[in-house]
Design a protein around this ligand. Structure first.
Ligand SMILES: [Zn+2]
Length: 114
């Protein structure tokens, strides 16, 4: 159980213990998390908070029927979190097309014309 999970940033060498993140293939370390746009950070935090809240509720209830309903809510939140990770968190560390942006910038300021 001493496996390490790498940070999502390919230029970052940090890892996390897989004991703490048993279901994750990748994590984001605190340092890289701070580099994300504020709106992405806020949404990620919000989803995590919701997920934890439901997990606490599930462990507290003695009613199986209720617990099952709550598990479905939790599963949906987990899906949202995964989707948000793929669509909003990941792309910040994998940016294709940057050279293209530079080329069009040079064109705008007068290079490449005439
Ligand atoms: Zn990192």
């Amino acid at each position: 159980m001493s496996d390490r999970i790498p940070c999502i940033n390919p230029r970052c060498r940090r890892t996390a213990s897989s004991d703490k993140h048993p279901d994750s293939a990748e994590i984001i370390c605190g340092k890289c998390f701070c580099c994300l746009p504020a709106s992405v950070r806020a949404e990620h935090r919000r989803l995590w908070r919701e997920l934890r809240k439901w997990e606490r509720r599930i462990t507290r209830t003695a009613d199986d029927l209720k617990a099952n309903r709550m598990r479905r809510v939790r599963d949906r939140l987990e899906d949202n979190l995964n989707r948000h990770w793929i669509s909003d968190v990941r792309p910040n560390f994998f940016e294709p097309g940057r050279p293209e942006g530079l080329a069009s910038f040079l064109e705008e300021v007068g290079f490449g014309t005439n």
